[in-house]
Write a protein that binds this ligand. Structure first.
Ligand SMILES: [Zn+2]
Length: 140
């Protein structure tokens, strides 16, 4: 007759093994009862007052600043997604507004005049050199 090892005792306590050997062996019966007592003690809930956890939650809340309420925590992601969807829908579905030209008619005229005054056949960088040879521009 072989006695159970710890794994076999655990299997019995877990309901995975028949009682079989325990009926014949008082030593293994006592080991099983001892193990059952150990598990029972471990499974007992710690004797802590419920107010302890409430106080602990309050302390954590005060440390991190007042946490948002449940309503805000639950609905913030949904509100954000809805806002994003509405923005996307507005951008894609709304007809394009009549675009105002960036440059008004007056500005166009102004730029045309400037362009005409700057425009010449001689490049701007070459103008001083050309003036050296242009007698009409140098009246000393
Ligand atoms: Zn045994």
């Amino acid at each position: 007759m072989r006695c159970w090892n710890n794994d076999e005792i655990l299997e019995y306590l877990s309901g995975l093994r028949d009682r079989g050997h325990l009926d014949e062996c008082p030593g293994c019966r006592s080991r099983v009862e001892e193990a059952r007592g150990v598990f029972a003690r471990r499974l007992v809930q710690p004797d802590v007052d419920a107010g302890f956890f409430a106080a602990q939650r309050a302390a954590v809340g005060s440390r991190i600043g007042r946490a948002p309420g449940r309503w805000l925590r639950v609905w913030t992601p949904a509100l954000g997604a809805t806002a994003a969807f509405l923005t996307l829908a507005m951008v894609t579905l709304m007809p394009p507004s009549k675009q105002e030209p960036l440059v008004s008619q007056d500005d166009r005229e102004f730029y045309r005049e400037i362009y005409a005054s700057v425009q010449s056949e001689v490049p701007r960088a070459a103008q001083p050199i050309q003036e050296l040879f242009d007698d009409s521009s140098k009246e000393n």
